[in-house]
Design a protein around this ligand. Structure first.
Ligand code: TAP
Length: 481
């Protein structure tokens, strides 16, 4: 396990020598300490990234040359997939098969953006037809510069890949701060990039707290672009900090995503997707479909199947075989989710199942998967992101009512609909005010497709060609002929 900062191609101790503890959420044991960077370390990292961008020629390499590094990183991740997946479980708590999936996805993300980097070379220069024929004009794409990336703890390596891969493909250099709770696999990414021969300063990883290291990145004048995934309040801070010197930003924030199930849906299939949509990764998923709306004709039957199936979910240490639900990431997250459930109960909701620690667990931040009914529409449980294995479910009578309830949120990240009537499903999908819409499923995520939210769920889109756009400027070159 790595524990130092990765700056300018070197493993270095933080200048002030601070450390933070890495706690395994399954056992509550401190398994390691890692460096806690301060503003001084961030400054060294940003200067290295600046030099790599301004002087050392990373943006001057062809897309095909940069793609070679990205493919080597993908290969390096795959070569150590099993080891990195285990680290992710120890750091985050998720079941090993899920971690394994994330690591494979992260490698795939580097390969995908390698392909887009190569395409940058093949794109013909766009000539612009001008009304005034004394001039010719063309538009060229150039990297923005130094990107500061700040990521959360729910998908530690994958979130790093979603930012680092497109940034490097575009020709930007990067200073990445992983979440303090889950930095181990981002450090492994640095080790893999180092082995791949990535030039010094192109990728720098500074571990430490958000309020110190993160704040130093967003305040640094040498950073041209901020890419963030995490909570709304920190997203607002980033936007405010970016406003001071007009940094480019992309924000992927939270959600309270609806899942509308019509009465023609297969109940067992619906239950399976509902569970996947809220219990995967212990519900710590920004796009989790945490508000389920079910047509009243099938509501009671579906609810009883959901409660029955939820009760069968095997809870345990993510490293144990067959475990489907691990611990929440931290004591703080556990306390917040338990408080949200208690708040829902006080507001009048019924706990149909879950809501407590599972029996037989003395250690670890384990929580039984929870189904809440009768949740008042104005209660925090219905309105706010809980970010845990907690689903609110309620009946609806008409399509109009379902759409109105689904869209009645300040968030707009994702939404799902299930119906055998294709035209109805398409109609509802069109009516959702959300950036990601699933029909007859919930959560499948593809590197090729745009990812991001409407309303308070964020600004900009990651993944696909849209993810590359986040790191590019457009330059007009006009000639008098
Ligand atoms: P945040 O506080 O938003 O953390 C996300 C990242 O921002 C972390 O790397 C964090 O660093 C950093 N950060 C915190 N304060 C910062 C600042 N002032 N300047 C720059 N960076 C800063 O999320 P959290 O505390 O981990 O979780 C709180 C809630 O956010 C969750 O309950 C959940 O509702 C939501 N959340 C949403 C998402 C997604 S994917 N939308 C992901 C995680 C959490 P440290 O971790 O080192 O403090």
């Amino acid at each position: 396990m790595r524990s130092e900062l990765y700056i300018d191609g070197n493993w270095v101790k933080p200048l002030k020598g601070g450390v933070c503890e890495v706690i395994d959420p399954a056992t509550e044991d401190v398994v390691q300490t890692i460096a806690a960077a301060t503003a001084e370390d961030v400054d060294v990292a940003v200067r290295a990234a600046r030099r790599a961008f301004d002087k050392d020629g990373w943006p001057k390499l062809s897309g095909t040359q940069r793609a070679k590094y990205l493919r080597a990183i993908a290969k390096g991740i795959r070569a150590r997939q099993a080891e990195i997946a285990r680290l992710e479980v120890i750091d985050n708590g998720k079941p090993l098969p899920e971690a394994d999936w994330d690591i494979a996805d992260a490698a795939g993300c580097f390969d995908f953006y390698a392909g887009l980097a190569e395409q940058l070379d093949n794109n013909p220069v766009e000539t612009i037809a001008l009304a005034d024929d004394r001039f010719t004009s063309k538009a060229v794409r150039e990297p923005i510069g130094v990107a500061g990336a700040i990521i959360p703890w729910n998908y530690p390596l994958l979130m790093a890949a979603w930012k680092v891969a497109p940034a490097l493909a575009a020709g930007c250099t990067v200073v990445l701060k992983p979440a303090e709770l889950t930095s181990l696999t981002a450090l492994e990414l640095a080790a893999v990039a180092d082995e791949a021969g990535l030039p010094p300063g192109v990728l720098n990883i500074v571990t430490g707290s958000g309020s110190v290291a993160g704040q130093a990145i967003i305040d640094h004048k040498g950073v041209d672009k901020l890419a963030f995934t995490g909570s709304g309040p920190v997203g607002s801070k980033i936007m405010a900090a970016a406003a001071r010197d007009i940094k480019r930003i992309s924000l992927e924030l939270g959600g309270k995503s609806p899942f509308v199930v019509f009465d023609d849906a297969d109940i067992d299939e619906a239950v399976e997707w509902i569970m996947f949509g809220i219990f995967w990764n212990q519900g710590q998923v920004c796009s989790a479909t945490s508000r389920v709306l079910v047509h009243q004709k099938i509501y009671e039957r579906l609810l009883s199947r959901l409660v029955e199936e939820t009760g069968k979910i095997r809870i345990g240490n993510g490293l144990e075989e067959g475990v489907l639900l691990g611990p929440l990431v931290s004591k703080r997250q556990y306390d917040q989710v338990v408080a949200a459930i208690e708040g829902a109960r006080k507001a009048g909701a019924t706990i149909a199942c879950g809501g407590t620690r599972p029996e037989g667990f003395d250690k670890g931040y384990y929580l039984r998967p929870t189904v809440l009914t009768d949740v008042p529409l104005d209660s925090a449980a219905w309105v706010e992101e809980i970010f845990g294995p907690v689903v609110c479910i309620r009946p609806f009578e008409s399509e109009e009512e379902a759409i109105e309830l689904a869209n009645d949120s300040r968030f707009g990240l994702a939404a799902a609909v299930m119906s055998k009537d294709d035209s109805r499903a398409e109609r509802v999908a069109a009516a959702f005010r959300a950036g990601i819409v699933w029909i007859n499923c919930s959560q499948p995520t593809f590197t090729e497709a745009p990812w991001g939210g409407y309303k308070e769920s964020g600004i900009g889109r990651e993944l696909g060609r849209w993810g590359l756009e986040n790191y590019l400027e457009t330059k007009q070159i006009t000639k008098y002929v």
